[in-house]
Design a protein around this ligand. Structure first.
Ligand SMILES: [Zn+2]
Length: 425
């Protein structure tokens, strides 16, 4: 329900909508890959300074947080900073092909504008709000990230993994997050789950030989890979619909020259499932299949697994707070509840330790991760989400008992020790 304070803040947001949309446009047109979000941080800093918002911390190489208020409760708000390689997107960075085809720039806008708006009434409230900008959500550009690890600039491959291990979220009571969604007949999504995944790199090894004169002396690594991909296709009929298994990859090294039998082929993929309990078994099945297929052709393979993200289970009590605020602006029939998604994100790792939600919003057109992804309705994407976030933050600060209730009913799913063990394989 809209109370006086929320009304005042919503009016402030409405009045400043051009500035908010302009911030959104700036972030959208300056896409950067994970742990390279330098210009993004600059744009955020410019806006922050203009509105006298104070920096809280710098972390995870390019990440930063901004805090308002003091004392408890302590509400966290999360915004991702990075873009994704998207060939052909009109705003793509010519060098890296990074584009905001996942819409992270839109989160970065609404969260900052919401913090700024709430800051105008923070004197009348008790508690702290911290906006965490989190780098490198997309699991991509891994060689660059491994380089940063070697240089000691980061410890792990994703932004939130680093932030969790560095204890950045330790002090917050609960965390609000949001993500753009595409292709939905609904306007909002509340309580949806995200899948877990493992990143897999398979290097098929063969033996080079002249492709026409002496193929009998070579071992064709591309054929090993082709056999493996066919075997995976045959396995697909054994996957249960409810587990929502996805195995999707690319060949990023397919041989050197057409003249020679390829002696090395690299296949990279994700193994995803909505059923986290079968992820390890499924992964082992693929490892075995790769070894058998390589051996069948006379070659071998090296399998490298990198732990991906955990599935997201959203906090129901916190979702209710956000849903109340969505309902201030939208009809209940436009909200999709408890969807099962095969997408994944490092926000899943946070739900192991803290109550968190990630609601979905629309107003974009084209395909998420596609070259045609655009912000179609800037008011819906930027202005309305700012109001919903600001309203949710105010509700939580005005009702510390609710925050206590959320905390009390939350069960951590892992210890930090086990999490670090998982990350370090
Ligand atoms: Zn995303």
């Amino acid at each position: 329900m809209i109370n006086e304070m929320k009304k005042e803040v919503a009016e402030y947001i409405e009045k400043h909508q051009n500035e908010i949309i302009e911030l959104g446009n700036q972030l959208f047109t300056h896409p950067e890959l994970g742990f390279r979000e330098f210009k993004t941080a600059e744009i955020i800093t410019e806006y922050r300074k203009k509105h006298n918002l104070k920096i809280d911390k710098h972390y995870a190489y390019t990440g930063l947080s901004i805090s308002i208020g003091s004392g408890r409760p302590h509400i966290g708000v999360l915004a991702e900073m990075d873009a994704i390689p998207t060939q052909g997107h009109p705003c793509a960075d010519p060098e890296t092909t990074a584009a905001h085809a996942c819409g992270h720039s839109t989160q970065g806008t609404a969260t900052l504008a919401a913090l700024e708006a709430v800051n105008h009434v923070i004197g009348q409230l008790k508690g702290t709000v911290t906006l965490f900008y989190t780098p490198a959500e997309e699991f991509t550009d891994l060689e660059y990230r491994k380089g940063l690890i070697r240089e000691g600039k980061i410890k792990y491959l994703s932004g939130k993994e680093n932030m969790l291990v560095d204890g950045l979220f330790e002090d917050v009571d609960c965390i609000l997050h949001l993500h753009a969604m595409g292709g939905s007949e609904y306007r909002f999504s509340v309580g949806s789950t995200l899948a877990g995944f493992i990143y897999k790199k398979i290097t098929f090894i063969g033996k080079a030989a002249h492709a026409a004169m002496m193929p009998h002396l070579g071992v064709n690594a591309l054929n090993e890979c082709a056999l493996f991909l066919n075997a995976v296709a045959y396995l697909r009929e054994t996957f249960r619909d409810e587990d929502m298994v996805r195995i999707h990859g690319i060949i990023d090294d397919g041989g050197n020259t057409v003249n020679s039998i390829p002696d090395k082929v690299v296949y990279e993929c994700y193994v995803r499932t909505a059923n986290y309990n079968i992820l390890q078994t499924l992964n082992k099945q693929l490892t075995d299949t790769a070894h058998h297929c390589a051996a069948a052709i006379g070659g071998s393979c090296i399998v490298e697994d990198i732990p991906g993200y955990f599935p997201l289970i959203q906090d129901e009590n916190l979702s209710r707070v956000v849903e109340d605020n969505i309902l201030d602006y939208a009809d209940a029939r436009t909200i999709k509840h408890n969807e099962t998604s095969v997408a994944g994100g490092d926000v899943g790792d946070i739900c192991l330790f803290k109550p968190i939600i990630q609601y979905g919003y629309t107003g974009i057109s084209g395909r998420i991760h596609g070259a045609d992804m655009r912000v179609e309705d800037p008011y819906e994407v930027y202005v309305l989400q700012t109001k919903i976030l600001a309203g949710s933050i105010i509700d939580l600060l005005q009702d510390p008992e609710k925050v206590e209730y959320i905390k009390k009913n939350f069960q951590p799913k892992m210890t930090m020790e086990d999490y670090i063990k998982y990350l370090e394989g």
